[in-house]
Design a protein around this ligand. Structure first.
Ligand SMILES: *Cc1c(COP(=O)(O)O)cnc(C)c1O
Length: 375
C-alpha cells in the first residue's frame, strides 16, 4: 500500500533520539528550546512554543487570546475536528464559513459572519496551500479580532518568500506522524506577540513560574502539554530535512499536475506561481458526474494498493456538532466533500511510485466514465 502520506525516518533521526535517551534529561532540557529557536528562525517568527500536539497548541492559543464562554470564532468546516473542537473546549462556539474549491476558507464570506461575540478568525491552509492571509488579516484588524492560523498542513509553505508562520497573530503547526515533519506527536505555535508567548508557556506547564531555591508559584491555570526532549531531537533532525522533503513532494505534485492536466472527469488544485505549498496532500476533485461512483473509485484504488483518503467530512456533519448546533449545509463545502480524493504524495515515494499512482488513478477513473451520475 502506498499511503496518501507517511513519515520518512532516517538513521540520523534515530541517532538523534537515541542520544537523548542516553542523556540525563528526557524532558524539560535544552533540546526543546533548540527546536523552538530553529523553528522560529525557519518561519521568521519571534517566538516558538512547542506542545505535545497541535490540538494542545490550539487549546492554548484560544485560551491565551482570552476566548471563553459565549464567544465565537469563525473557522472552516474542511479541517480536522481539532480546529473547532478546541474552541468548544474553552467554551466558545465555532461559526463555520463556507470555502472555495481550493479547500480554503472563502475570505469574501467572513465579514458577514462577524458578530459582537466574535473573537478570532481561524483559517486552515488546506493541503498546504496558503489561505488569503493578507485579506483575512485586514478583516481581523478592522474588527479587532485575532487571527489564529491552523497551519498543521503548511510548515514550509510560503507566499512570495514569506513563510507561513510570519503572517498571523499565532500560527499552529502539527508534527503528527504524517504531517510535513514529525515528532511522533507534537505541535507548535509561532507568534511575534510577547504577551501571548509568555502566557502560552505558562499554559503549557501548569501555570507555574520558578522563584528562588525551591519556591515556585502557580499564577494561572495550566496543563502539562509539554513535548519530550527526544521528540524535540527528532523534530530538530526532521526540520533540517524539511526543504528536501518539500522538494520531493513538489516534484511528485508537479508530475501529477502534468499527467492530469485537462482531464475531462476531474481537476486538480493549482498553486499560484507566487506561492509554495508544503504539499501535505495532493487532492483530486472529481467532476459531478463521478460523485455517485466515488465510493467505488475509492474502494478500487484501495484494492490496487493506493492508500487514498478523503479530506475532510465537513466538521458540522459529525454527530456531536449536529446534536449541539443543529443541521447545517454550506454549498461549496458540500460540493468539495463530494469531489475530494487525496492521492499519495510524500517524501518516501520515488518518481516511479508516482508514475504507478498516476497510471492507476487514470485507469480506474476512466473505467467509471461510462457510468455517469444523473443529477
Ligand atoms: C493534524 C491536524 C490537527 C491536529 O494535529 P495533532 O498534532 O494531531 O493534534 C489540527 N488541525 C489540522 C488542520 C490538522 O491537519
Amino acid at each position: 500500500m502506498i499511503p496518501y502520506s507517511t513519515q520518512l525516518i532516517e538513521e540520523d533521526d534515530i541517532a538523534a533520539v537515541v542520544e537523548i535517551l542516553k542523556s540525563s534529561h528526557l524532558t524539560q532540557g535544552a533540546k526543546v528550546e533548540e527546536f523552538e529557536n530553529e523553528l522560529a528562525h525557519y518561519v521568521s517568527g519571534k517566538h516558538c512554543i512547542v506542545f505535545n500536539s497541535a490540538t494542545s497548541a490550539l487549546h492554548a492559543a484560544y485560551d491565551v487570546c482570552g476566548i471563553g464562554e459565549g464567544d465565537e470564532i469563525i473557522t472552516t468546516p474542511i479541517s480536522f475536528v481539532a480546529t473547532s473542537n478546541m474552541a468548544i473546549a474553552v467554551g466558545a462556539k465555532p461559526i463555520f464559513c463556507d470555502i472555495k474549491m481550493d479547500g480554503n476558507i472563502d475570505e469574501s464570506l467572513i465579514e458577514a459572519l462577524i458578530t459582537p461575540r466574535t473573537k478570532a478568525i481561524v483559517p486552515v491552509d488546506f493541503a498546504g496551500k496558503p489561505v488569503e492571509i493578507r485579506t483575512i488579516n485586514a478583516i481581523a484588524k478592522k474588527h479587532g479580532l485575532a487571527v489564529i492560523e491552523d497551519a498543521s498542513h503548511a510548515l514550509g509553505s510560503d507566499i512570495e518568500g514569506g513563510k507561513i508562520g510570519s503572517f498571523a497573530d499565532m500560527t499552529i503547526f502539527s508534527f503528527h506522524a504524517i504531517k510535513p515533519i514529525t515528532t511522533g506527536e507534537g505541535g507548535a505555535i509561532v507568534t511575534d506577540n510577547d504577551e501571548y508567548a509568555r502566557k502560552l508557556r505558562l499554559f503549557r506547564s501548569h501555570g507555574m513560574i520558578k522563584k528562588q531555591l525551591w519556591n515556585s508559584d502557580m499564577v494561572s491555570l495550566g496543563y502539562n502539554f509539554r513535548l519530550t526532549e527526544f521528540a524535540a531531537a527528532l523534530g530538530l533532525s526532521q526540520l533540517h530535512k524539511l526543504d528536501r522533503f518539500i522538494n520531493i513532494r513538489e516534484t511528485i505534485a508537479r508530475y501529477y499536475d502534468e499527467r492530469f492536466e485537462g482531464h475531462k472527469l476531474f481537476s486538480t488544485i493549482t498553486i499560484p506561481k507566487s506561492e509554495q505549498s508544503a504539499r501535505h496532500l495532493y487532492p483530486l476533485l472529481l467532476n459531478p458526474e463521478l460523485h455517485c461512483v466515488k465510493e467505488e473509485i475509492f474502494n478500487e484504488l484501495q484494492e490496487k494498493n493506493l492508500g487514498v483518503q478523503v479530506h475532510y467530512k465537513p466538521i458540522y456533519q459529525n454527530s456531536f456538532y449536529k446534536e449541539r448546533y443543529g443541521e447545517m449545509r454550506l454549498s461549496t463545502t458540500e460540493l468539495f466533500y463530494r469531489a475530494e480524493l487525496s492521492i499519495p504524495c510524500h517524501q518516501k515515494m520515488s518518481l516511479d511510485d508516482a508514475h504507478t499512482v498516476a497510471d492507476t488513478v487514470l485507469e480506474v477513473i476512466d473505467k467509471y466514465a461510462y457510468r455517469g451520475c444523473s443529477f
